[in-house]
Design a protein around this ligand. Structure first.
Ligand code: SAM
Length: 280
Protein backbone atom coordinates (compact mmCIF):
# COMPACT_ATOMS: atom_id res chain seq x y z
CA UNK A 1 0.00 0.00 0.00
CA UNK A 2 1.39 3.39 -1.04
CA UNK A 3 1.29 6.19 1.49
CA UNK A 4 1.74 9.82 0.43
CA UNK A 5 1.46 13.00 2.45
CA UNK A 6 -1.08 14.99 0.38
CA UNK A 7 0.28 17.98 -1.52
CA UNK A 8 -2.23 20.76 -1.99
CA UNK A 9 -0.29 22.19 -4.92
CA UNK A 10 -0.99 18.98 -6.87
CA UNK A 11 -4.69 18.96 -6.02
CA UNK A 12 -4.26 15.84 -3.92
CA UNK A 13 -7.38 14.66 -2.15
CA UNK A 14 -6.97 10.91 -2.05
CA UNK A 15 -10.07 8.79 -2.29
CA UNK A 16 -9.70 6.34 0.58
CA UNK A 17 -12.86 4.23 0.34
CA UNK A 18 -12.14 1.17 -1.87
CA UNK A 19 -15.87 0.55 -2.34
CA UNK A 20 -16.01 3.74 -4.36
CA UNK A 21 -13.07 2.76 -6.56
CA UNK A 22 -14.83 -0.55 -7.18
CA UNK A 23 -18.00 1.29 -8.13
CA UNK A 24 -16.15 3.55 -10.53
CA UNK A 25 -14.53 0.55 -12.22
CA UNK A 26 -17.91 -1.24 -12.39
CA UNK A 27 -19.33 1.81 -14.20
CA UNK A 28 -16.42 1.79 -16.66
CA UNK A 29 -16.72 -1.98 -17.19
CA UNK A 30 -13.35 -2.29 -18.98
CA UNK A 31 -13.19 -4.88 -21.78
CA UNK A 32 -10.19 -7.08 -22.63
CA UNK A 33 -9.29 -4.88 -25.61
CA UNK A 34 -9.47 -1.54 -23.83
CA UNK A 35 -6.51 0.78 -23.66
CA UNK A 36 -7.04 3.06 -20.68
CA UNK A 37 -5.48 6.29 -19.55
CA UNK A 38 -5.53 7.12 -15.85
CA UNK A 39 -5.13 10.76 -14.84
CA UNK A 40 -3.20 11.13 -11.57
CA UNK A 41 -2.97 7.62 -10.03
CA UNK A 42 -1.53 9.05 -6.76
CA UNK A 43 -1.58 6.27 -4.17
CA UNK A 44 -2.77 3.79 -6.78
CA UNK A 45 -6.07 2.62 -5.30
CA UNK A 46 -8.10 3.26 -8.45
CA UNK A 47 -5.17 1.90 -10.48
CA UNK A 48 -5.32 -1.37 -8.54
CA UNK A 49 -9.02 -1.86 -9.21
CA UNK A 50 -8.60 -0.96 -12.88
CA UNK A 51 -5.81 -3.51 -13.22
CA UNK A 52 -8.03 -6.16 -11.66
CA UNK A 53 -10.41 -5.73 -14.58
CA UNK A 54 -9.72 -7.33 -17.96
CA UNK A 55 -8.32 -4.29 -19.79
CA UNK A 56 -5.46 -4.64 -22.25
CA UNK A 57 -3.24 -1.79 -21.12
CA UNK A 58 -3.27 0.99 -18.55
CA UNK A 59 -1.14 4.11 -18.99
CA UNK A 60 -1.11 6.31 -15.89
CA UNK A 61 0.11 9.90 -15.96
CA UNK A 62 1.31 11.36 -12.67
CA UNK A 63 3.23 14.52 -11.73
CA UNK A 64 4.16 13.59 -8.17
CA UNK A 65 7.74 12.31 -8.33
CA UNK A 66 7.32 10.57 -4.94
CA UNK A 67 4.55 8.37 -6.34
CA UNK A 68 6.24 7.19 -9.55
CA UNK A 69 8.78 4.66 -8.12
CA UNK A 70 6.21 3.44 -5.61
CA UNK A 71 3.62 2.80 -8.32
CA UNK A 72 6.20 1.02 -10.51
CA UNK A 73 7.16 -1.20 -7.61
CA UNK A 74 3.58 -1.89 -6.53
CA UNK A 75 2.43 -3.01 -9.97
CA UNK A 76 5.67 -4.53 -11.22
CA UNK A 77 4.03 -7.91 -11.81
CA UNK A 78 1.76 -6.35 -14.45
CA UNK A 79 4.70 -6.08 -16.86
CA UNK A 80 3.81 -4.37 -20.16
CA UNK A 81 0.18 -4.09 -19.15
CA UNK A 82 0.86 -1.13 -16.86
CA UNK A 83 3.02 1.94 -17.30
CA UNK A 84 3.26 4.99 -15.11
CA UNK A 85 4.58 8.04 -16.90
CA UNK A 86 5.84 11.18 -15.19
CA UNK A 87 4.10 13.81 -17.28
CA UNK A 88 1.52 16.55 -17.00
CA UNK A 89 -1.69 15.08 -18.44
CA UNK A 90 -2.31 18.37 -20.25
CA UNK A 91 0.75 17.81 -22.44
CA UNK A 92 0.10 14.17 -23.32
CA UNK A 93 -0.20 13.35 -27.03
CA UNK A 94 -3.35 11.25 -26.83
CA UNK A 95 -3.55 11.01 -30.61
CA UNK A 96 -0.10 9.42 -30.73
CA UNK A 97 -1.04 6.95 -27.99
CA UNK A 98 -4.27 5.93 -29.70
CA UNK A 99 -2.30 5.42 -32.88
CA UNK A 100 0.00 2.81 -31.25
CA UNK A 101 -2.88 0.39 -30.67
CA UNK A 102 -5.02 1.69 -33.51
CA UNK A 103 -7.96 2.21 -31.23
CA UNK A 104 -9.70 4.88 -29.20
CA UNK A 105 -8.71 5.46 -25.60
CA UNK A 106 -10.82 5.27 -22.47
CA UNK A 107 -9.96 7.77 -19.77
CA UNK A 108 -10.45 7.54 -16.01
CA UNK A 109 -9.38 9.51 -12.99
CA UNK A 110 -10.06 11.23 -9.75
CA UNK A 111 -8.81 14.41 -11.34
CA UNK A 112 -6.90 17.25 -9.68
CA UNK A 113 -9.48 19.96 -9.18
CA UNK A 114 -7.14 22.85 -9.98
CA UNK A 115 -7.02 21.78 -13.65
CA UNK A 116 -10.55 20.42 -14.11
CA UNK A 117 -11.48 22.81 -16.94
CA UNK A 118 -8.22 22.41 -18.89
CA UNK A 119 -8.60 18.62 -18.65
CA UNK A 120 -12.20 18.77 -19.90
CA UNK A 121 -11.23 21.01 -22.82
CA UNK A 122 -8.24 18.85 -23.68
CA UNK A 123 -10.49 15.79 -23.83
CA UNK A 124 -12.93 17.71 -26.03
CA UNK A 125 -10.08 18.72 -28.35
CA UNK A 126 -8.82 15.13 -28.53
CA UNK A 127 -12.29 13.58 -28.83
CA UNK A 128 -11.52 11.90 -32.13
CA UNK A 129 -9.26 9.48 -30.20
CA UNK A 130 -11.11 9.34 -26.87
CA UNK A 131 -14.11 7.06 -26.59
CA UNK A 132 -15.20 8.09 -23.13
CA UNK A 133 -14.00 9.57 -19.86
CA UNK A 134 -15.15 8.59 -16.37
CA UNK A 135 -14.06 11.31 -14.00
CA UNK A 136 -14.45 12.20 -10.37
CA UNK A 137 -15.05 15.95 -10.27
CA UNK A 138 -16.36 18.47 -7.78
CA UNK A 139 -20.13 18.29 -7.60
CA UNK A 140 -20.35 21.92 -8.64
CA UNK A 141 -18.54 21.10 -11.90
CA UNK A 142 -20.88 18.20 -12.56
CA UNK A 143 -23.88 20.45 -11.84
CA UNK A 144 -22.57 22.91 -14.41
CA UNK A 145 -22.07 20.23 -17.03
CA UNK A 146 -25.62 18.89 -16.74
CA UNK A 147 -27.39 22.22 -16.08
CA UNK A 148 -30.62 23.10 -17.89
CA UNK A 149 -30.99 26.24 -19.99
CA UNK A 150 -32.21 29.22 -18.01
CA UNK A 151 -30.33 28.27 -14.82
CA UNK A 152 -27.32 30.02 -13.31
CA UNK A 153 -25.13 26.94 -13.71
CA UNK A 154 -25.80 26.75 -17.47
CA UNK A 155 -22.90 28.14 -19.48
CA UNK A 156 -20.07 27.57 -21.94
CA UNK A 157 -18.91 24.23 -20.44
CA UNK A 158 -22.50 22.91 -20.46
CA UNK A 159 -23.09 23.70 -24.11
CA UNK A 160 -19.68 22.59 -25.37
CA UNK A 161 -19.45 19.36 -23.33
CA UNK A 162 -22.95 18.36 -24.42
CA UNK A 163 -22.32 19.24 -28.01
CA UNK A 164 -19.05 17.35 -28.37
CA UNK A 165 -20.14 14.49 -26.09
CA UNK A 166 -22.90 13.31 -23.82
CA UNK A 167 -22.45 14.00 -20.11
CA UNK A 168 -24.03 11.76 -17.50
CA UNK A 169 -23.72 12.11 -13.74
CA UNK A 170 -23.19 8.60 -12.32
CA UNK A 171 -23.06 8.88 -8.52
CA UNK A 172 -22.22 11.26 -5.71
CA UNK A 173 -19.17 10.83 -3.48
CA UNK A 174 -19.31 12.49 -0.06
CA UNK A 175 -16.44 14.75 1.01
CA UNK A 176 -15.73 12.35 3.91
CA UNK A 177 -14.49 9.67 1.48
CA UNK A 178 -11.34 11.72 0.73
CA UNK A 179 -8.17 12.52 2.68
CA UNK A 180 -7.69 15.34 3.31
CA UNK A 181 -11.44 15.98 3.47
CA UNK A 182 -12.35 18.66 0.88
CA UNK A 183 -14.96 21.31 1.57
CA UNK A 184 -17.35 20.03 -1.09
CA UNK A 185 -18.90 16.80 -2.30
CA UNK A 186 -17.84 15.22 -5.57
CA UNK A 187 -19.52 13.42 -8.39
CA UNK A 188 -18.48 10.67 -10.76
CA UNK A 189 -19.43 11.64 -14.30
CA UNK A 190 -19.17 9.97 -17.66
CA UNK A 191 -18.57 11.83 -20.90
CA UNK A 192 -19.27 9.73 -23.95
CA UNK A 193 -17.55 11.32 -26.94
CA UNK A 194 -19.24 8.99 -29.40
CA UNK A 195 -22.60 10.47 -28.47
CA UNK A 196 -22.06 14.09 -29.37
CA UNK A 197 -25.05 16.20 -30.41
CA UNK A 198 -25.38 15.00 -34.03
CA UNK A 199 -24.80 11.32 -33.17
CA UNK A 200 -27.34 11.21 -30.36
CA UNK A 201 -30.01 13.20 -32.17
CA UNK A 202 -29.47 11.24 -35.38
CA UNK A 203 -29.08 14.50 -37.30
CA UNK A 204 -26.43 15.89 -39.61
CA UNK A 205 -24.87 19.34 -39.42
CA UNK A 206 -27.18 21.93 -41.05
CA UNK A 207 -25.98 23.83 -44.13
CA UNK A 208 -23.20 26.28 -43.39
CA UNK A 209 -22.46 24.76 -39.98
CA UNK A 210 -18.81 24.72 -38.94
CA UNK A 211 -17.44 23.57 -35.62
CA UNK A 212 -14.75 26.22 -34.96
CA UNK A 213 -17.32 28.95 -35.57
CA UNK A 214 -19.86 27.16 -33.33
CA UNK A 215 -17.29 27.19 -30.48
CA UNK A 216 -16.55 30.88 -31.04
CA UNK A 217 -20.24 31.69 -31.11
CA UNK A 218 -20.95 29.88 -27.82
CA UNK A 219 -18.03 31.61 -26.10
CA UNK A 220 -18.99 35.03 -27.50
CA UNK A 221 -22.68 34.59 -26.66
CA UNK A 222 -21.91 34.05 -22.96
CA UNK A 223 -19.29 36.82 -22.75
CA UNK A 224 -21.65 38.97 -20.67
CA UNK A 225 -24.37 36.77 -19.26
CA UNK A 226 -26.80 39.58 -18.43
CA UNK A 227 -26.75 40.97 -21.97
CA UNK A 228 -28.76 39.84 -24.94
CA UNK A 229 -27.17 38.12 -27.91
CA UNK A 230 -27.59 41.35 -29.89
CA UNK A 231 -25.09 43.01 -27.52
CA UNK A 232 -22.77 40.07 -27.05
CA UNK A 233 -22.46 39.26 -30.73
CA UNK A 234 -21.58 42.81 -31.78
CA UNK A 235 -17.90 42.20 -31.17
CA UNK A 236 -17.95 38.76 -32.78
CA UNK A 237 -19.90 39.33 -35.98
CA UNK A 238 -19.50 41.65 -38.91
CA UNK A 239 -22.11 44.34 -39.47
CA UNK A 240 -23.24 42.37 -42.50
CA UNK A 241 -23.82 39.21 -40.46
CA UNK A 242 -25.73 41.11 -37.75
CA UNK A 243 -27.92 42.76 -40.39
CA UNK A 244 -28.52 39.37 -41.93
CA UNK A 245 -29.80 38.11 -38.59
CA UNK A 246 -31.99 41.18 -38.02
CA UNK A 247 -33.58 40.57 -41.41
CA UNK A 248 -34.57 36.98 -40.71
CA UNK A 249 -37.43 36.28 -38.34
CA UNK A 250 -35.74 33.49 -36.37
CA UNK A 251 -32.46 35.44 -36.33
CA UNK A 252 -34.21 38.48 -34.87
CA UNK A 253 -35.83 36.34 -32.20
CA UNK A 254 -32.47 34.90 -31.18
CA UNK A 255 -30.92 38.37 -30.89
CA UNK A 256 -33.43 39.34 -28.26
CA UNK A 257 -32.52 36.43 -25.98
CA UNK A 258 -29.72 35.88 -23.51
CA UNK A 259 -27.32 33.03 -24.21
CA UNK A 260 -28.54 31.12 -21.15
CA UNK A 261 -31.96 30.69 -22.78
CA UNK A 262 -30.56 28.81 -25.80
CA UNK A 263 -30.43 25.01 -25.96
CA UNK A 264 -27.64 23.18 -27.78
CA UNK A 265 -30.03 22.77 -30.72
CA UNK A 266 -30.62 26.56 -30.74
CA UNK A 267 -26.88 27.23 -30.84
CA UNK A 268 -26.51 24.80 -33.74
CA UNK A 269 -29.34 26.51 -35.61
CA UNK A 270 -28.09 30.02 -34.84
CA UNK A 271 -24.56 29.21 -35.92
CA UNK A 272 -25.74 27.90 -39.26
CA UNK A 273 -28.12 30.85 -39.71
CA UNK A 274 -25.29 33.34 -39.20
CA UNK A 275 -23.07 31.54 -41.69
CA UNK A 276 -25.81 31.43 -44.29
CA UNK A 277 -27.03 34.98 -43.83
CA UNK A 278 -23.54 36.47 -44.05
CA UNK A 279 -22.59 34.56 -47.18
CA UNK A 280 -25.52 35.74 -49.28
N1 SAM B 1 -6.12 8.69 -8.05
C1 SAM B 1 -5.82 9.06 -6.68
C2 SAM B 1 -7.04 8.81 -5.81
O1 SAM B 1 -8.10 8.51 -6.37
O2 SAM B 1 -6.95 8.95 -4.60
C3 SAM B 1 -5.34 10.51 -6.59
C4 SAM B 1 -6.31 11.59 -6.96
S1 SAM B 1 -5.78 13.24 -6.61
C5 SAM B 1 -7.32 14.10 -6.55
C6 SAM B 1 -5.15 13.84 -8.14
C7 SAM B 1 -3.84 13.21 -8.61
O3 SAM B 1 -3.42 13.85 -9.82
C8 SAM B 1 -2.68 13.38 -7.63
O4 SAM B 1 -2.02 12.15 -7.47
C9 SAM B 1 -1.78 14.42 -8.29
O5 SAM B 1 -0.41 14.28 -7.97
C10 SAM B 1 -2.03 14.15 -9.76
N2 SAM B 1 -1.80 15.32 -10.64
C11 SAM B 1 -1.88 16.64 -10.31
N3 SAM B 1 -1.66 17.41 -11.40
C12 SAM B 1 -1.45 16.56 -12.44
C13 SAM B 1 -1.16 16.74 -13.82
N4 SAM B 1 -1.08 17.97 -14.35
N5 SAM B 1 -0.98 15.64 -14.59
C14 SAM B 1 -1.07 14.39 -14.06
N6 SAM B 1 -1.35 14.16 -12.76
C15 SAM B 1 -1.53 15.22 -11.95
Amino acid sequence: MIHLEAKKSLGQNFLVDPKIHARIVACIAPKPDDVMIEIGPGTGLLTRQLLQSPLRKLLAFELDTRAIPELRQEFQSEGERFQVIEQDILTVDLEGLAHVDAQKLRVAGNIPYYITSPILFKLIDDRSVVRDATLLVQKEVSDRLVASPGTKAYGIPTVLANFFGEVKPLFKVAAGSFRPVPRVDSMVIRIDFERGYFARTGTTPPPGFDEPFFRKLVRGAFAMRRKTLRNNLKSLLSLEALEGLENSESGKNFLELRAEALTTADFVQLSSLIRLSSST
